[in-house]
Each structure stands twice: as C-alpha cells, then as structure tokens.
Design a protein around this ligand. Sequence first.
Ligand code: PEP
Ligand code: MG
Length: 570
Amino acid sequence: MILHGIGASAGIGIGKAVCVREQNLDYSAVRYGGKDVEKGRLQEAIGQFTEKTAAMAEHLRAQVGQKESEILTGQIAMLADPFLQSQMGDAIDGGACAEAAVDQVCTMYAEMFAGVDDELMRQRATDVRDIRARMLSILLGVGAVDVSALPEGSVLVAHDLTPSMTVGLKKENVAAILTEVGGRTSHSAILARAMELPAVLGVAKALEQVKDGESVIVDGTEGTVIVAPDQLTRADYLGRQEALRAEKERLEVYRGKETVDAEGRRFGLYANIGSPAEAAAAAEAGAEGIGLFRTEFLFMDRTSLPSEVEQYEAYLAVSRAMAGKEVIIRTLDVGGDKAIDYLGMEKEENPFLGHRAIRYCLDRPDLYKVQLRALLRAGAEGRNIKIMLPLVTSLEEVRTARGLLEKCKAELESEGLPYDKDMALGVMVETPAAALIADLLAQECDFFSIGTNDLTQYTMAVDRGNAKVEKLYTTFHPAVLRSIRSVIAAGRAAGIPVGMCGEAAADPRLIPLLLSWGLSEFSVSASAVLATRAQIHRWRAEEARQVAQEAMGLSTAAGVEGYLSSAVKG
Ligand code: PEP
Ligand code: MG
C-alpha cells in the first residue's frame, strides 16, 4: 500500500511502525463499585502517581536541574493535600467513581486557578490539569507510549509531532517520522529537519492505515510512504538510501570552505536553530553564524516561564558555541501553531492572525523585558548577539520594542550589570505589511531577515500547516517573489544587510534569484548548510541574473517552478 503526504524532511527511512495514539481518557463506561471500592482505587492510584512522579522528578533533577524537578515534586505535594483528597472522597460518597472524583475536583481547581490574573496561579492550573490526565491514565490503565524508549529502527507514526515528544526522542533509534497533520513549514517539519530524520507529514488517517510493528518505508523527499513493501521494493529503496549517503559524503568537500559563488563573491551562510544544543551542530556543519534562533522552544515543554538567568545562560551558550560569529536571536514567537499552555492564552478563531508573537509580547512587557534583559546581558561577553523581532507589521511595533530595550538598558546600567550597549535590532519581514513598508522599516532597524514561511502563508492567504491547501502554498508565486525582490532592494537602498531565514533559503531552485538580487545571508537548517554552499558555488553572477530575469518574466507559480527546476545546476 502506498500513502501520499508532504515530503517535509528529505531522506529515506526504513523500519517498523510504532503508532503513538493519543490517550483515550474517556471513563464513561466505568461502573461505580461502591464507596469503599472507589476510595481504595483512588488511594491505590495516588500511590502509583506519587511513586512514578518521584522517579520522574529524580530523573529530571539529574538530567536537567533542581528547579525543573521541583515542578514535579510540587505536583506530588498538591495531590497529597488532605483537603483536596477529602473533596475527592466526598465526590465518591456522592456516587462518583474514582475517575469522576479526580476529574471533577481537578477540573474545579484548574478553572479556579486559570481565572486568577497571576502568572503563578495560572501555572498551577497547568499542574492540576497534568495531575488530572496522569491520574486518569493510571485509573483507566492506559499508558502513554514512551518515545524515549523506542526500539532501534522505529518509524514513528503519530497524529502530530509535538515539541515535547521530540525532546525525549532518541534520534539514533528513529528511522523516520509519519504524521497525519502538518505542512512543509509547520514546526513538526522544522523539528524533523533539525534532527535530520526523514519525514512525511499530512498523511490523512495514517494511524488507521498503518499497524503497529508493520514494515514501512518513508520517502521524505517524494512524500510517499510504502506500507508492507515487497522484497523488490525494499531492495530498490535500500539502493536509493545508499545513493543519498554517497551524495552526503560528496558534500563533505565543502566543509570548512568559504561560501562563494563561481567568481569568488562571498555570501553569508548561517544556520537556523531551536536550542543551544543545536548551535554546536550548526558550528560543526560549517555555519558562519546563526541566522535564526527560535527562542520559543526554550519556553515550550515546561510548566513555567524560563527565568532571566535561565534565558541568559541559554543565549550565552549559543554566543559561545559560535565563537564570535554573528548570532541572531528572535524574541518569543508564540501563538499560531506554537502553543505555550502555561501562558493561558485564549483560544482564538484565527490563531495565525491573532494575538501572537510581537503583538503578544508588547502587551506583556513584564514577560518581554525578562527576555530582552537576558539577551542584552548575554551579549556582553562576545558582542555577537543581535535581536530580531517576529511578525512585525508596523513601525510603531519596532519603536515600542526599541523603547522597552532602552528601558532594560537603563535598568541594567543602574544595577551595574554588564550588557551590550550597541546590540543591533532587526526586523523579520514575514508579513505583506512589513514587505510593503520595507523602505520605512529599513530607516529604523539594523537588519532584515525575510521569513518566507510566513511571508508565503500571509501573501498567499494559505495556512502553512493545512495539508488540504498545500498546493496553493508556494514561494514560487510571482506575488511572493516580487515581494522578496523588493524587500532585498529596500534593505540594500538603505544600506542594511538582508538575510533570509525561511525554508526557501535552502531551495536550490531559488538560489540564482537570491544571489542576483543581492541577499547578504542565507540561513538554513544545519543539515542543509553544505548542500546550500555547494549550490551557491555553482553560479556566475551573469548566469544567475539571466535566470532571475527569465523567471520574473513568467506569470504563474507553476511556470516559475517548472522553469527554475530545469535551471538547477548539478
Ligand atoms: C518564517 O516565518 O519564515 C520563519 C523563519 O519563522 P517560523 O518558521 O518560525 O515562523
Ligand atoms: Mg515566521
């Protein structure tokens, strides 16, 4: 059987399916067994919860730190509270089974905490919800698949790949990833590419079509999945896998080389990262800087905000890993498909058009200043950190952010803490509004970076994560290309550097256009650094100019894509 989806992370993975299903915590079929029985079940579950959570806390303390483990020990204390337990007991006396008692009492507390206008209380709400879900799974006996303990050669099949899932994943045991939702630039795709794991996303009903333990081939380049392949097909794909390995080896000659075109003109080749650990991989891959550090991943998969010191340490680690090379750190880009539960953000009808990224941060100066202070402080040592603002649509946003930055500097000055007084402030051009006022924005910021993932989404009015409209999501559309061309021109006219950190920067078909328009820096995932350097190496300025001119004379996305595909070198 062949399934089709979106090839989101190139490469071929061959292995056995491990299906990760969302836990079903529906307890409507549970019968009330009487007061004593239900109370006994409740106590038994509390005992198991305490034991498991204590072990998890100990693991976290050893692996991550004391502070993180205290979140879990705090949960044990909450559940041990005699008042809370007596409320559960009362519910059982009133005829509720143990599951219903846990559900009712935890939900009541979660709602109460969530309604309080205090960050700490809202975090408690997240904790109580977590307690509820884990207690119900113990009572119902439905365990979650532990992705950190997957056997070697696993093909992970899931509805979605969440950041928390990827944190525990042991890359060496995973052959490929297959999900039911997500597009080429969704965050699950970006995570898969960062881990260099072949991935096909957006395969409708994958969990119904693939059985646990079944043999699967995932072709992340073509976007196809072959379930239970025959011998011949398997041999064919093993051959293709080998060819890819050989190609990767050929690229090794570009490691440590400068990024120049065929005539020796230099371009910057940077890497996109999502954690300090990835900075080392980026440096090793030969990146000449970090063009985008997506800091929201520091805020995910935890139950409270990272403190100024924690953030400072993370940013400093990246600054040091890059040893003096430029590091562009994007401030919190929350919202859209990047949810952070403990912030208690309201559900919105149109999250991609909603209260997110810079909009959210400017309305939460308490939270935003912590990040800006951490960035300013982390830049004091290497002086290589630059700040970048996501989802800008107006000059006012840049001015307000700059005002907050100046406030933070004044605070640090009076506290006598070292910081980088000259830290550059740049804008991510990823909305049509920003692209259309690029000339004005360029007067008030130090650099641009074009975020083609969102620029394409907003210009084309196509949800970047929706597989149903994937065909309409294309950077080859003349509207998107004209926009990119004019942003580069506006930046150059103002004398500021213009980079690109969207996925398009690594597309070999677009390289001649970007070279001839004068992009200063390409920022791509660490795994794409060498291939991008090899591509840039092949172009002469005049050839690139001709290809760009021809492409921009075409009037449809399909026409442009077809032409540029035929013009790729090598
Ligand atoms: C973009 O929008 O192009 C981008 C690089 O940012 P993200 O993918 O994190 O939205
Ligand atoms: Mg973006």
